[in-house]
Design a protein around this ligand. Sequence first.
Ligand code: TRP
Length: 330
Amino acid sequence: MKKRILTGITTTGTPHIGNYLGAIKPAINLASDFDESFYFLADYHAIIKNSDSNAVGQSVEDIALAWLSCGLDTNKSFFYRQSDVPEILELSWILSCVTAKGLMNRSHAYKSATSMNTDEEDKGITMGLFSYPVLMAADILMFNATHVPVGNDQIQHIEMTRDIAGRFNHIYKKTFELPEAIIQDKNNTVPGIDGRKMSKSYKNIIPLLSSEKQLKKSILKIVTNSLEPGDPKDTKDCTIHSLYTYFASKDEVDELTNAYKEGIGWGDAKNMLFDVINRDIAPIRNKYETLSSDKTLINDLLSDGASKVRISAKEMISNLRDSIGIKIIS
Ligand code: TRP
């Protein structure tokens, strides 16, 4: 059996250093351990919480460029946009018809969205949000992915996918593999400039695809305490030190730790952090600049990616239609 990884990236917001360290880089590195790898832009997931059409469109482009700039190789992996593969939506409906509503009721995302509601239980809940896990299951089962790299918050969605796949296999015939999650951010909570987990919803990000100047500006905004240069500083719970460990060698980290003891000023510590981050992302920035100067490239790559995956998507749908009794009348 072929080992296939598949992961989707919801196209909201601008990619940041936390996405890069926690998702993009590890997922790209995994490709070499698998027979096939699928990376796609989940733009139909994006419209669930975002009705700003310009923002969704811009984010598709930014996120596609981020993955390509970070080294995703479209000759070795399948790279496509969810909305370019309409068979996924067809599968989503078929799966909806075998998905227990009670299973969806138990979704953490749904429960947290309704937790503040008092009199009207489902206030503010769309069917899109409620059925989010079914669409995600369709993404995964369409290509019979065996492994799905995801963040901690997505584990339940993979369990639901297994559940839905099992139901379909049981009711009709064995069609789907039960995928396994590969948890990517176990201990990896990259802090943002205010010390909380880096996240676009906290507005505390350091953008990945920024100029050197912007990068420096974001790093200078990292919140520190008021200790003066010369005062010894604690590395524990320190955002600068923590970010540094993601980009620096062990010797470099030791060096910064010593500098803390010796009372390095926050400005100097931030400069050291800038140097290691910039060293790491300069090649990504260069690639991004080259790729984004070619206006048709992204579109060409994505439509090429979609044509490739639609071959097996169409086969899957035709097989499924046959199983459920939607057949050509002869
Ligand atoms: N829900 C995922 C997230 O927000 C994105 C996603 C959509 C996904 N479809 C997927 C991830 C399929 C893995 C597989 O992170």
